[in-house]
Design a binder for this molecule. Sequence first.
Ligand SMILES: NC(=O)c1ccc[n+]([C@@H]2O[C@H](COP(=O)([O-])OP(=O)(O)OC[C@H]3O[C@@H](n4cnc5c(N)ncnc54)[C@H](O)[C@@H]3O)[C@@H](O)[C@H]2O)c1
Length: 236
Amino acid sequence: MTAVVTGAAGGIGRALCRRLGQAGHDLVAVDVSSRLEESVAMLDQEGLTMHPVQADLTTIGGVEAVAAAVRKFGDVQVLVNNAGITRDSRLVNLSNDDFKAVLDVNLGAAYRLTLALVPMMGRASIINVSSRAYLGNFGQFNYSMSKGGLVGLTRALALQLAPAIRVNAVAPGLIATEMAMGIPDDVRTRMIAAIPADRMGEPEEVAELVAFLATDASSYITGEVIVIGGGRSLSR
Ligand SMILES: NC(=O)c1ccc[n+]([C@@H]2O[C@H](COP(=O)([O-])OP(=O)(O)OC[C@H]3O[C@@H](n4cnc5c(N)ncnc54)[C@H](O)[C@@H]3O)[C@@H](O)[C@H]2O)c1
C-alpha cells in the first residue's frame, strides 16, 4: 500500500507521514525543502521508513521525479496533496508574483501531481489539504483563492474518478505549525480568541482525519470538504 504525501517536511506533512506510516503504508514523502531529511531521520528513529523525493512541485521536472519514484512501488493507494505556502496580503498590496506563487503551489502542484499519478491508481483515495480560509479570510486574498480552487478541483475530480477513486478535501483552521507561528503574535492571539475550542489544532488531529479518509472506513464519502477547525466555521 503506497501513500504519497507532499509538503512532508512541514508540520502537518510530518504528522501525516507518521500516521500513514503507522497504518502500514509505504511512504513516498515529497518536499522542495532539504528539511525533508529531518523528517526522514525523525520517523526513522520511530521505526518508520520514508522514501524521500526532494522536488519542486511547481515544475514539470519535479512532478516527473515523484512519478518515477512512485512507479517503483507499482500502484498508489493514497495521495495527500498537502504542500502549501502563504504570501499574505490585502488586495491593494498584492503583487502579481505573490498571486502567482501561491496559486502555483497550493493549487497547481496538486493538479499537476494528481494528473501524473492517477494512471498509477486502481482503488485509491486522494485527499487535498485545503484550509478553512477557502470560506474567505481577511488579508489572505491569494491564499483563500487557492484553497477555494482546491475545493473545486476536489469536487470536479471526485465526479470524474468515481467510483474507483475517492477525492476529498480537509479544511483545517489554525493548526500549531511553523506556518501558524509565522502569523504576528497579536493577530494569532485574536484568531485563537475566535475559535470556539479556544485553542489551535494539532497537526496530529489533521492527520487522524486524513487517515480516516484514506481508508475504507470512509468508503461512502467522496467529493466532500471537511472542516477541522475547532468550530471556527461557525459565526460567533
Ligand atoms: N498551519 C495551519 O494553520 C494551516 C491551516 C490550514 C491549512 N493549512 C495547510 O496545510 C498544509 C501544510 O501546512 P503546514 O502548516 O504544515 O505548513 P508548513 O509550511 O510547515 O509545510 C508546508 C510544506 O510545503 C512545502 N512546499 C512548499 N512549496 C513547495 C513546492 N513547490 N514543492 C514541494 N513542496 C513545497 C514546504 O517546503 C513545507 O515543508 C498547507 O497546504 C497549508 O496551507 C495549514
